[in-house]
Design a protein. Structure first.
Length: 359
């Protein structure tokens, strides 16, 4: 027998674990409420389902690599020319494209921490250096982020609302921050949860970017649009930025079914936003019920709530699991709980009520 040869990998892979998505759990009684991935609780609308089925008939062909119909529909929705739009395999795919477009050894990428789990993973893989700026009171510390920017910085993520805390940065502080950022640093406003914001003092990134060519906005079809399983997200940016980003696109990575479903969803936007309204109402109901039960819950503008639980996090998560309620634990820090259907949310509230401690 020949001697075993261990293939060699990049040493950076030793420094982190593979991305761990929200899990599904089933209680001993067979109950299951998935509140661990910030998904929409609704299946596709009939018109979207039909577009999916139509597109599925032609999957022997490669998708349109330029995603022309989808990009045109996104551009029309936001009132921008098509060359301001780049699409990718989920907004996480677009985040990767952005990072790939700027990264090389010595380049720094700034983001708040804790924030979206994929940022550190993608930055580590890219060979650039992550500069993580701790949250202050569970919110972006934009002053500290501005101070963290130096001549090596090429990209900054501002996640608004922030995942997993649900907190937002408001107009005055965000504008003041953007005014401090050098124009050769790209600022990406990650607005994956934009549609759930009801605080009128939170600016729409699309307005902020109008006079600022170095500001780009990241959006997704995975949350409010309910297409998480199809993987499509997009960037709105200055054409010079969008053009560079598009060069990092993994060919055909937005598949033809996803493209068709995205177009059909934009045609059904009113119905989808009614669903979002229901989720927002449920969010307020869940947060108020938790507050009434003695929990501390930061105000949230997203489709989830955050419970800072510290060392209790894994115990709380296990207590929820036992009732078939999957939440997203961040060990030692807290649990993020998505807003689901009223029934899902009731199951979570029961689990939280039965838990013997408060945070
Ligand atoms: N940005 C943020 C802030 C997120 O929370 C997520 C998903 N959890 C994403 C981007 C990526 O979503 P998707 O790839 O499904 O568009």
């Amino acid at each position: 027998m020949s001697e075993a040869i261990t293939p060699r990998f990049r040493s950076v892979l030793d420094r982190f674990a593979a991305y761990k998505p929200g899990k599904v759990v089933v209680s001993p009684e067979g109950r299951s409420f998935k509140l661990s991935s910030n998904e929409s609780p609704h299946g596709p609308l009939p018109s979207v389902q039909e577009a999916i089925e139509q597109a599925a008939r032609n999957v022997n062909r490669y998708p349109d690599n330029s995603a022309t119909a989808l990009i045109d529909a996104i551009a029309a929705k936001h009132g921008v020319p098509a060359d301001h739009v780049a699409v990718g395999c989920g907004s996480v795919g677009v985040a990767q494209m952005l990072i790939e477009a700027v990264a090389e050894p010595g380049v720094e990428i700034v983001y708040a921490w804790r924030s979206f789990e994929a940022y550190p993973l993608l930055v580590a893989l890219s060979g650039a250096t992550a500069v993580q700026v701790p949250l202050a009171e569970e919110t972006h510390d934009l002053d500290a982020m501005a101070e963290a920017i130096n001549e090596n910085t090429r990209l900054v993520f501002v996640c608004n609302p922030n995942n997993p805390t649900g907190t937002v940065v408001r107009r005055a502080e965000l504008e003041a921050f953007l005014d401090r950022v050098p124009r050769d640093v790209l600022v990406v406003l990650d607005e994956a949860y934009r549609e759930y914001i009801r605080d009128e003092d939170v600016p729409d990134g699309l307005d902020l970017r109008r006079d600022r060519p170095n500001v780009a906005v990241l959006r997704t079809f995975s949350k409010a649009y309910g297409l998480a399983g199809l993987r499509v997200g997009y960037l709105i940016a200055h054409p010079a930025v969008a053009g560079s980003i598009r060069k990092t696109y993994l060919p055909f990575s937005v598949n033809s079914v996803a493209q068709a479903a995205g177009v059909a969803s934009l045609e059904a936007v009113d119905e989808l936003m009614e669903r979002v309204e229901g989720t927002v109402k449920e969010r307020e109901r869940v947060r108020n019920a938790l507050l009434a039960d003695g929990w501390t819950v930061p105000p949230t503008e997203a489709n989830f709530v955050w419970l800072r639980l510290g060392e209790q996090t894994m115990e709380f998560s296990a207590a929820c699991d036992a009732r078939g309620v999957s939440v997203r634990p961040f060990p030692g820090e807290g649990a993020r709980v998505s807003i689901g259907s009223p029934e899902d949310n009731d199951a979570f509230l029961e689990a939280a009520r039965a838990y013997p401690h408060r945070n």
